[in-house]
Design a binder for this molecule. Structure first.
Ligand SMILES: *Cc1c(COP(=O)(O)O)cnc(C)c1O
Length: 404
């Protein structure tokens, strides 16, 4: 059982007010809040051992380096990567995907095909489109159905020996659908293709095991896992990371530099050019500790209860439609009421201190599928409560009446 009251005490921001009401934060799919335990680590870094890492002979530099590499090991353990150097620190999911897409530019040609899903965030679409423009490779799309699920029989037909790469999210940020990535990975490998899984939305809810999944690349952002913004990770199988060329050139990523030729550093440094977000990486490790202390079984069963309770009660509102009704979904509810504009509903909710997201959620193809400009999205974390959902339902009802 989750002691929600105790958990909420860990998050100072949850006790503030917005527009005269207690904050009800239901925009967790965009960014999650940060517990005091992680904030303390950030403050301690700048108070005690802020220094550049890896090359320093002095004590502060060594302390910072040790903590940074310790954080990498925590993240390695969390995702069950075989080797610590298979974890590359990045600025987040978007950076991680661009790093891989850029690397594949030298490996693909116009005979090749890559497959994306209809449920992707723009950051798992646009870098691959840019890759296809550069290489002439063909981009194919796994379609979705009315429930917001991928049509897996069509995926079978898209795969061939021309397929080099499949990229799909683990969980859709716009609808909450959990995609059958085990099956997607197995079938891609059978066709000889590599797979990148965008785990940005999954990692707050699920603990992925990259070895068990046998996934080639897995990417995530700390800020959706109760850590800070501006830091994330790329997991890649060692063989793949050795094969891909570096993404950026600079300090930290080299072995030897002359004006004739530069040789690159070993993994993970080959992909970590320049001074990284040192404090962010260390805080990412602390965030991973925090969520593991609660435990993912506890987190997911509580969040499922919130999801079911909110779904049941929101559907009582006349004209309200929820988009994304897969049986396999996490605590994200995307909805509209008749033809009311999502933005107007979001604005009224904000007046009541309720933070939701409105719009296309960086997933315009999904909105096009449903022929809507956007939705209102409420997304729940383990610090949300049933009472907060009651207030959300009250607020949505009030908005519906005001806008009717
Ligand atoms: C948030 C999100 C992204 C982008 O993450 P950034 O941290 O903004 O780089 C990509 N994919 C999914 C599924 C997301 O939820």
């Amino acid at each position: 059982m989750l002691d929600v009251a105790a958990i909420r005490n860990d998050f100072p921001i949850l006790s503030r007010e917005v527009n005269g009401y207690p904050l009800i934060y239901l925009d967790n799919a965009a960014t999650s809040q940060t517990p005091q335990q992680v904030i303390d680590v950030i403050v301690d870094y700048y108070n005690s051992y802020n220094a550049n890492i890896h090359r320093g002979v002095h004590t502060l530099s060594q302390e910072a380096t040790d903590k940074y590499e310790e954080a990498r090991k925590k993240i390695q353990a969390h995702f069950n990567a075989e080797k610590a150097h298979e974890i590359i620190f990045t600025s987040g999911t978007t950076h991680s995907i661009n790093l891989v897409a850029n690397g594949f530019a030298s490996l693909l040609n116009s005979e090749d095909e890559v497959i994306v899903s209809a449920l992707e965030h723009h950051s798992n679409i646009v870098p691959w489109q840019m890759l296809c423009e550069k290489t002439g490779a063909l981009l194919k799309v796994i379609p979705m159905n009315e429930e917001g699920e991928l049509v897996m029989s069509d995926y079978d037909n898209l795969l061939s020996d021309k397929t080099k790469l499949v990229f799909v999210n683990h969980i859709s940020n716009a609808l909450g659908t959990i995609n059958p990535i085990e099956e997607i990975i197995k079938k891609a490998h059978h066709a000889g293709a590599a797979v990148l899984v965008d785990g940005a939305q999954a990692c707050p809810h699920i603990k992925p095991d990259v070895q068990k999944l046998d996934v080639d690349f897995y990417v995530a952002s700390a800020h959706k896992m109760y850590g800070p913004t501006g830091v994330g990770m790329l997991y890649g199988k060692e063989a793949w990371l050795n094969k891909l060329p570096p993404y950026q050139g600079g300090g930290e990523m080299i072995a030897e530099v002359t004006f004739k030729k530069t040789t690159y550093a070993d993994l993970p440094h080959k992909f970590e050019a320049g001074t990284p977000n040192i404090c962010g990486g260390i805080a990412f490790g602390a965030a991973v500790d925090y969520i593991n202390n609660i435990g993912f079984d506890t987190i997911s069963s509580y969040e499922n209860e919130l999801l079911n309770y909110a779904t049941k009660n929101l559907l009582k509102i006349k004209g309200l439609r929820i988009y994304g009704n897969s049986k396999n979904k996490t605590s994200v509810i995307s909805f509209n009421i008749g033809t009311l504009h999502p933005y107007d509903i979001g604005t009224i909710l904000d007046k009541l201190g309720i933070a939701v997201r409105t719009g296309h959620h960086c997933a315009q193809p999904i909105m096009d599928f449903y022929k809507i400009p956007g939705t209102v999205r409420a997304s729940f974390a383990f610090y949300n409560t049933f009472e907060e959902i009651d207030t959300l339902v009250y607020g949505v009802n009030k908005a519906a009446l005001m806008l009717a």
